[in-house]
Design a protein around this ligand. Structure first.
Ligand code: ZN
Length: 278
């Protein structure tokens, strides 16, 4: 592998919330440690469909996941399979959909809640949460700091070349409280502060880091459609590559081939979008 990389997905954060409320990430843009672009999600801008597109680099119309009610083992090659093909070690600290899409479906709570499978063709080290029972009145969400610590633990113990982390905290908050409120101001502030100390630590361990969301949310906490608040989020990049000018809008389909090109892993023939980092 040429490089190691961590992809951090904060579920359901519209572009404006990243810019307005994530003071650590924005401070690193000002200091030159991070680059920032706007990123446009695929349609439907629904979580499961977006996860599948982030990792396969193809549209929901091609991979077939039409929403959270239609989760299955995808047939397309993805970031995990390609990193494994290049001999890299992969890890995931995410919602269980990621295990279902890229390793095996259905999700068996006991067998799949965590696994270490060095010979796997996709996910070597998985730590999952299902959020079963999630609703407005009961978020069923792990603390973000526990997830960041788990990912760091996997990096240190297993020498991950590629790791992905996904947290649903802010998506759940947005569905419950919407966005123009004290609760969301505070939730984004805490999310930024919990993430921040891990970024220099991961950089010291030799990782490039990408922080983004799967989709945004509109004023009523909704997403799935084409509205800019629903479809547009931010992407922060910590690393040495050159990117496009800061006015460029990145397609979500560019993420998978970009990650693979940074790592020196083969880009699958189905991943047609151009890498945005050189
Ligand atoms: Zn989502």
């Amino acid at each position: 592998m040429d490089r190691k990389l961590l992809l951090i997905i904060l579920d359901g954060v519209p572009y404006c919330n990243f810019r307005r409320l994530f003071g650590n990430l924005e401070g690193w843009v000002d200091s030159g440690e991070a680059r920032l672009w706007k990123l446009r999600a695929v349609l439907p801008s629904t979580s499961a469909s977006c996860y599948a597109s982030i990792h396969t680099g193809v549209t929901p119309q091609e991979h077939g996941c039409t929403g959270n009610g239609n989760v299955f083992r995808l047939s397309h090659k993805d970031v995990f399979s390609q990193v494994r093909e290049a001999g890299g070690v992969t890890g995931a600290v995410t919602h269980s959909y990621w295990s279902q899409f890229f390793n095996r479906h259905p999700f068996d709570y006991v067998r799949d809640i965590e696994y270490d499978e060095p010979e796997s063709a996709t996910i070597n080290h998985g730590r999952f949460h299902s959020m079963t029972g999630y609703g407005k009145a009961n978020q069923m969400t792990p603390s973000d700091v526990d997830l960041y610590a788990t990912l760091t633990n996997l990096c240190l113990r297993f020498g991950l070349d590629y790791g992905i982390l996904h947290t649903c905290t802010l998506d759940s908050m947005g569905h419950r409280f919407f966005h123009d409120c004290e609760e969301m101001d505070h939730a984004c502030f805490v999310a930024d502060e919990m993430l921040a100390p891990f970024i220099p630590r991961w950089r010291q361990l030799g990782y490039e880091v990408i922080v983004t969301a799967d989709h945004g949310q509109d004023e009523r906490g909704h997403h799935g459609g084409r509205g800019p608040l629903q479809q547009e989020t931010a992407l922060y990049y910590f690393g040495d590559a050159e990117g496009p000018d800061s006015e460029s809008v990145i397609s979500q389909l560019q993420l998978a081939p970009t990650i693979l090109s940074r790592m020196g892993a083969p880009i699958a023939e189905t991943m047609k979008a151009e890498p945005f980092l050189r």
